[in-house]
Design a protein around this ligand. Structure first.
Ligand code: GLA
Length: 728
């Protein structure tokens, strides 16, 4: 069992292969947090938690005259409300009597085999052969009878612990939940920790930012109705001197695609509290008697081996325990070409077939018909919601078009933006009440479109039916599921006035239901998520879809940063990456090298390429297929940081058995008569001898890692190198 209860000390310890996590049913039955870090065998870490009169601090009434136990200074698994802890809280609940109090004490726990599941939200799962144990601890507020159920699953071999929370109203009147954090992790000393997050913007998602802890609440979050371009629901706490290879790192990845909040508070005693969950903005959720509310899961990892160590834990785990699509491990992803940057909305069936014919010569497996094929969609002002084929453009009909593509020996994919509606659409004219807009006010327009009220069952059913009908009309192999605006005007016509605070979350629940139903009926389709590029790139979306479009920014030099930041938590097998016309001065080969740090494909008009370019593309597509197992199944290393001044960016993929590696370098800057530069490999076996691009000579892993490979200086700007290392 990876979860051990020690009766004498009332501690519960969770053990993974290299980490331990400990809590204790402590003073007055409050659940204290004792430890998370490298494995420990000590039964009771509570010697660390000093209790003394802090002066001017609150003490629970039951302590009588004793002043040593103040929740304001105690590390906790889940916080109380109005019990003298003034730091940021796990919960804010309004009881049926109007009071804002929660004094949750541990009343029960059970340890079981296997992974817990949530009924309403996506979760990771135990893969074949995994040993997973679950701890479920119930906290109870004796007055309100509100229960908080804390869930922990321990993935022993993967060094992963997941957490989730449920709130059950065991009272007899409704309560209102205003804040519920899925995780609370307290550190006794946090002044030595830095916070790393992945902020960004449209076209520049998931850039990496690191901040020192100062005495306030550091907030990372999104209130855009989706996890957003601007922040990502992943944060890391690390030693202040941690680097790629050294130092302790804690990761928190939230499985949620809506508004989220992560707060890191350094308190008056230099203790650090990290909480993460659904953002409380405009969140008021009624829980009726006997009802249960579920908060999303947080996937936690700890590594002593720097950012790379932590990334590897997430990459390995998310490649096996997150998404059930057959494209995760059983079926190789196709090399695709997408029509968007080739034609935007200006295409017809003939043009698409011509692009496919040219693409075939480039080694492409699949043509994706992007935005513009439905309703009367000639520009982005109309037709969202009208999910039927525009036969003025696709004159031969969808079935026939797909047949023509299939006859070329290629597969066919299609784009949808189901959550949206254009005011100029049949759907909107028939159902204006389905759009999110507040009665008596004009809705915010964004790309001239409104969001559908995904919390409504009739909207969900409409979308399931429409999307499924198209998917059943023809032999469709791939779907790109897009969303191109933030959600505003939060209002559901179906909900009473006092329940509008539930709409943000119910939108996400509705979205998950729609995606799930469509996937279940079409398990053979490859789905790719997209949100104006990579605006909703999160673990929950990757639970449904094995890949996600990184960004609309296809410039290969910008992509170096985009891939670098995204890779902190998400494996390269999830990163949608294409070669496009963007980057005029960047050689085609470099574009290909960059796109191979992902799912690889094209986003250009193949008919405009010269024969020579098509041939080069064919070689690159073949190379991608050749290196697929290294890129998709190997360990990924960031060899340099593109955010730092330097002349090149490098990264590497190494197979698990270390017999093969692919080391890629892009020269981003040429210094006149500068020093010779070397790239040092990582993750090789020191004693193995490796050939490089099938060379006669071989070099030891030790030499390649410690002395490195010299990079040619006499090359044009934006040149790239791809070194294929093979054990001799
Ligand atoms: C978004 C996507 C693009 C493309 C367009 C179509 O911006 O990120 O790839 O699909 O929508 O409108």
């Amino acid at each position: 069992m990876s979860i051990i209860y020690n009766k004498a000390s009332k501690t519960i310890t969770l053990h993974t292969r290299h980490t331990s996590y400990q809590m204790k049913i402590g003073n007055l039955d409050y659940l204290l947090h004792l430890y998370y870090g490298p494995s420990i065998c000590d039964a009771d870490m509570s010697y660390q938690v000093m209790q003394y009169d802090r002066g001017f601090s609150g003490n629970p009434y039951e302590s009588r005259n004793a002043r040593k136990f103040s929740l304001d200074a105690q590390p906790q698994e889940f916080t109380t409300q109005q019990q003298g802890d003034f730091r940021t809280a796990s919960i804010e609940v309004v009881n049926s009597d109007g009071s804002y109090s929660y004094h949750g004490k541990a009343v029960d726990f059970k340890i079981t085999k296997g992974k817990y599941q949530l009924e309403t939200l996506p979760c990771v799962f135990a893969a074949e052969g995994d040993t997973v144990d679950t701890l479920e601890i119930t906290l109870l507020d004796a007055v309100s009878k509100v229960q908080v159920i804390l869930l922990y699953s321990v993935f022993e071999a993967a060094d992963i612990i997941t957490r989730a929370v449920k709130v059950k109203n065991a009272g007899i009147e409704s309560i209102h939940l205003k804040k519920i954090m899925s995780v609370c992790l307290d550190f006794l000393n946090g002044s030595d920790l830095d916070l790393i997050s992945l902020p960004g913007r449209y076209g520049q998602e998931r850039q990496v930012e690191r901040q020192r802890m100062t005495h306030h609440i550091h907030t990372i979050g999104s209130v855009r109705g989706s996890s957003s371009h601007q922040q990502n629901p992943f944060v890391m706490l690390c030693d202040k001197n941690a680097t790629e290879d050294y130092g302790k790192c804690y990761g928190f990845s939230l499985m949620y695609s809506g508004n989220f909040l992560a707060e890191a508070e350094l308190d008056q005693y230099d203790q650090l509290r990290l909480v993460m969950g659904i953002h409380p903005k405009q969140f008021v959720y009624e829980i009726k008697p006997q009802e249960v509310f579920e908060g999303p899961e947080v996937v936690m990892a700890f590594s002593e081996h720097g950012f790379t160590g932590l990334s590897h834990l997430y990459h390995d785990f998310y490649r096996t325990n997150l998404c059930r699509s057959k494209f995760v491990k059983d079926v190789q992803r196709p090399v695709l070409i997408n029509s968007w940057e080739a034609a935007f909305m200006d295409f017809d069936d003939v043009k698409l077939v011509n692009i496919a014919k040219a693409a075939k010569k480039m080694g492409v497996d699949l043509l994706v018909m992007d935005d513009g094929w439905f309703g009367k969609r000639d520009d982005d002002n109309s037709s969202l919601g009208d999910w039927y084929v525009n036969e003025k453009k696709i004159k031969c009909g969808l079935h026939k078009l797909v047949e023509q593509i299939n006859d070329l020996g290629m597969k066919f994919g299609i784009w949808f933006e189901p959550e949206m509606v254009s005011e100029d659409s049949e759907l909107y004219r028939a159902h204006p009440e389905w759009a999110m807009q507040i009665p008596g006010r004009h809705a915010v327009r964004s790309r001239n479109q409104l969001a559908l009220d995904m919390s409504r069952k009739d909207v969900q059913d409409y979308l399931i039916e429409k999307v499924n009908t198209i998917l059943d009309t023809a032999n469709i192999y791939y779907v790109k599921w897009d969303i191109n605006r933030s959600i505003t005007d939060i209002w559901s016509n179906e909900m009473p006035a006092d329940k509008q605070g539930e709409v943000y979350h119910r939108y996400i629940l509705g979205l998950y239901r729609v995606m799930n139903e469509i996937i279940l009926t079409h398990p053979d389709i490859l789905f790719e998520g997209c949100s104006g590029g990579g605006g909703r790139y999160d673990a929950a979306m990757l639970h449904y879809y094995p890949q996600y479009w990184v960004s609309d920014n296809n410039h290969p030099i910008d992509r170096l940063k985009l891939h670098y930041g995204t890779s902190f938590v998400y494996p390269v097998s999830t990163m949608g990456a294409h070669i496009s016309d963007s980057g005029k001065f960047v050689p085609l080969k470099t574009k290909a090298v960059v796109a191979m740090c992902g799912t690889f494909g094209y986003e250009l008009d193949a008919t405009h390429l010269t024969r020579k370019e098509q041939k080069l593309c064919k070689e690159q597509s073949d190379l991608f297929r050749k290196y697929y197992h290294i890129i998709f199944e190997g360990d990924y290393y960031r060899l340099s940081n593109p955010f730092e001044l330097g002349n090149m960016t490098a990264w590497q993929h190494v197979t698990k058995d270390k017999t093969e590696a692919l080391l890629s370098v892009v020269v981003t800057n040429l210094t006149c008569n500068g020093p010779q530069e070397y790239v040092k490999a990582k993750g090789l076996e020191p004693n193995y001898m490796y050939t490089i691009n099938n060379s006669k000579e071989a070099y030891s892993g030790a030499a390649l890692m410690h002395a490195g490979l010299p990079i040619d200086r006499e090359v044009p700007e934006y040149s790239s190198f791809q070194f294929y290392l093979k054990k001799k």
